[in-house]
Design a protein around this ligand. Structure first.
Ligand code: FA5
Length: 341
C-alpha cells in the first residue's frame, strides 16, 4: 500500500534528525524532492483520483514539498554555522602575553595565509608563479603604463641599486613577464615580498607581502573579478566579511577599484591598525589596461582581463588579530611561536 503523506513526513523528519553533513542533506534532498524522489512520486497518484479531489491533493503535496525543502535548508544552514564557528575557534589568536614555546618550530603567519590563498586559487585553476625581488624600472613601472615622470610613481618610492635596478614596490612588477611567458588565456597568482621607502606605522611596513592575481581570457568582465574576490575572502575567513568597493586609480587598470574590508581588530569602530577609519585597504583591483596587455604581447581585440594586488601582510593581520604590522617583521619568537600547526 502507498505510504501516506503524514507517514512520509514522519519518516523524513527522523532521517533529517540523523543527518549531519552536507552530503547527507543533499542525499535527503534527492531522496525526497529529486525527480524520482518519494514526495515528487506522490504526484503520480493524482491520475487515480476523481477530478474534484485532484486540486486539493496537488496542493497538499506541494505544501509537503515546501515544508521538506525548508526543513533541509534550515538544518543545513545550522550545520554550516556550527562548522564555521568551530573553524573560527581553531584559528590561532595573536597574543603577545602568551608564554614562549620553543620546543617546536612554526610557520610565519604570512606563510600560513599565503598557503591558504594559494590553495583557494589553485582550486579555481590558477597557477602559482614566483618572481624576482630585484627588478628593473621597465617591469615595475613602464610596462604597467607608468612612464618616467608620471605622478603615480610618487605613491611607490623604493630602494634603488647603483646599477639602476630597484627592489620591487608591488607584485604587479611580474605581470609583464608572466603574460609574455604564458600568453592568453591565463590564470595566475604570484605572491611576493615588496619594498617601499615610506614611514612605518601600525599598518605600513617598508617590507611586506602582496599576492598578485591575473585572469585573461575572452569576455572577462568586472563580474568575474568580483566573484573571485568574494570567493577568496569568504574562503580565507570562513565567514561573511563586510567589504566595500570604491573607485581607485592605478594607471595599469581601467576601471580600477579599492577593495576594503571592515577592520576586524576594532570591529569597524576605528583604531591605529586601520588608521582610525574602521576600514582597511586590502586588495586594489581592476580591469587590466589595454596598454599593459599590449606590452605583454596579448591580443587586445580578442582578450580582456582583471588583476588584483592583495595585501597578504594585512590579510594575516586581520585573520589572526595582529594589531601592529611591525610585529610580523620583528623576529620576536614569542609572537611567532603561537602559530605551531
Ligand atoms: C598596488 O601595489 C597595486 N599594484 C595593486 C593593484 C594590482 C591594483 C593590480 C590594481 C591591479 P597599493 O599600493 O594600494 O596598490 O598596494 C596594494 C595593497 O598592498 C594595499 O591595499 C595594502 O594591503 C598593501 N600595502 C601597500 N603598501 C603597504 C605597506 N607599506 N605596508 C603593508 N601593506 C601595504
Amino acid at each position: 500500500m502507498a505510504i501516506s503523506m503524514d507517514e512520509l513526513w514522519k519518516q523524513f523528519c527522523e532521517n533529517l534528525t540523523n543527518a549531519d553533513s552536507s552530503e547527507a542533506f543533499e542525499q535527503l534532498r534527492i531522496r525526497y524532492l529529486g525527480k524520482k524522489g518519494e514526495i515528487t512520486g506522490l504526484l503520480k497518484n493524482m491520475g487515480a483520483l476523481a477530478a474534484d479531489q485532484r486540486r486539493e491533493y496537488g496542493q497538499k503535496v506541494n505544501e509537503l514539498k515546501e515544508r521538506t525543502e525548508k526543513a533541509i535548508t534550515e538544518k543545513a544552514m545550522q550545520a554550516h554555522v556550527k562548522e564555521v564557528e568551530r573553524k573560527i575557534a581553531m584559528t590561532p589568536k595573536f597574543d603577545l602575553t602568551q608564554p614562549l614555546k620553543l620546543e617546536e618550530g612554526s610557520y610565519h603567519p604570512i606563510t600560513l595565509v599565503q598557503r591558504d590563498c594559494e590553495k583557494i586559487f589553485a582550486s579555481m585553476g590558477f597557477t602559482i608563479e614566483d618572481y624576482d625581488e630585484i627588478v628593473d624600472d621597465y617591469h615595475c613601472f613602464e610596462a604597467l603604463n607608468i612612464p618616467k615622470h608620471h605622478p603615480a610613481r610618487d605613491m611607490q618610492d623604493t630602494y634603488y641599486l647603483t646599477n639602476g635596478q630597484l627592489l620591487k614596490t608591488h607584485t604587479s612588477a611580474a605581470q609583464n613577464a608572466i603574460m609574455r611567458k604564458y600568453g592568453a588565456p591565463l590564470r595566475a597568482i604570484f605572491p611576493g615580498r615588496c619594498f617601499r621607502n615610506e614611514s612605518t606605522d601600525a599598518c605600513h611596513e617598508n617590507t611586506f607581502f602582496q599576492m598578485e592575481g591575473i585572469m585573461i581570457d575572452e569576455n572577462i568582465s568586472i563580474s568575474n573579478l568580483i566573484y573571485f574576490m568574494k570567493t577568496m575572502l569568504s574562503e580565507v575567513f570562513q565567514r561573511d566579511i563586510k567589504v566595500r568597493l570604491r573607485p581607485g586609480f592605478f594607471p595599469f587598470v581601467e576601471p580600477g577599484f579599492e577593495l576594503d574590508i571592515s577592520c576586524l581588530i576594532c570591529g569597524g569602530k576605528g583604531c591605529p591598525s586601520c588608521k582610525n577609519s574602521g576600514w582597511l585597504e586590502l586588495c586594489p583591483c581592476g580591469m587590466i589596461h589595454p596598454n599593459v596587455l599590449k606590452a605583454g604581447g596579448i591580443d587586445t581585440e580578442k582578450y580582456t582581463g582583471f588583476a588584483f594586488g592583495l595585501g597578504l601582510t594585512r590579510l594575516a593581520m586581520m585573520k589572526y588579530g595582529i594589531k601592529d604590522i611591525r610585529d610580523l617583521n620583528s623576529g620576536n619568537l614569542k609572537s611567532l611561536s603561537q602559530f605551531v600547526q
